[in-house]
Design a binder for this molecule. Structure first.
Ligand SMILES: O=C(CO)[C@@H](O)[C@H](O)[C@H](O)[C@H](O)COP(=O)(O)O
Ligand SMILES: [Zn+2]
Length: 196
């Protein structure tokens, strides 16, 4: 049997390798900058950011939104961001319309032209996130997708894709996703002159 602590050490090494892989691609930096610009422009024009994802990516969507509406590093004004995470909305929509509609229905109700959807999926193929992108497009929203692997279906449904091109387990991709999320928030604050 493999030594469990050896596996743990390998996890850390692999995490470092995946971060290096992401950092070695020039398109990684370009896509973060484009995503930041798109989000800042929306906020400056009075629009909002809506984030969504499943499982760990829902936690990431919530983490992203709360650090904008709440607090990241220092005190500043609240920024307009919300994750689709209300259990009563999600259970009702899943029960009555199907799980694929849980995010798109929220966007149909609350998404407005000029808002930005931040769609998070390590595979890029989750049906409800795909539907969210289609609904956002119909509402005239912009779409930033945070993906893994080859970007999946989301790659062709978004305006800006930030991709962690790792084909192994989702947890490795998610570990870089949260770094990207924190960096995006910092970038938004810097561009809005709200942070040093
Ligand atoms: O956090 C993890 C795995 O690290 C899981 O909860 C994971 O998020 C779930 O399996 C999701 O359903 C995967 O969806 P996606 O990333 O492919 O869109
Ligand atoms: Zn996870």
């Amino acid at each position: 049997m493999n030594d469990p602590m050896l596996q743990v050490r390998q996890n850390f090494q692999e995490a470092r390798d995946v971060l290096d892989l992401f950092m070695s691609e020039s398109q990684s930096w370009e896509s973060i900058e484009k995503a930041g610009n798109l989000m800042v422009e929306a906020i400056e024009l009075g629009h909002k950011l809506i984030s969504c994802g499943n499982g760990g990516s829902m936690s990431d969507a919530m983490h992203f939104a709360e650090e904008l509406s709440g607090r990241f590093r220092g005190d500043r004004r609240a920024l307009p961001a919300i994750a689709i995470s209300d259990p009563s909305h999600i259970t009702c929509s899943a029960n009555d319309f199907g799980y694929e509609k849980v995010f798109s229905r929220f966007i149909e109700g609350l998404g407005r032209r000029g808002d930005v959807l931040f769609a998070i999926s390590t595979s890029g193929n989750s049906g409800n996130v795909v539907e969210a992108c289609k609904a956002a497009r119909e509402q005239g929203m912009k779409i930033v997708a945070l993906t893994g692997k080859n970007g999946g279906l989301l790659a062709d449904l978004c305006d800006v894709e930030i991709r962690v091109p790792f084909f192994g387990f989702a947890d490795r991709v998610q570990e870089v996703h949260i770094k990207i999320i924190h960096s995006l928030i910092h970038l938004i604050e810097l561009k809005l002159n709200l942070s040093k």
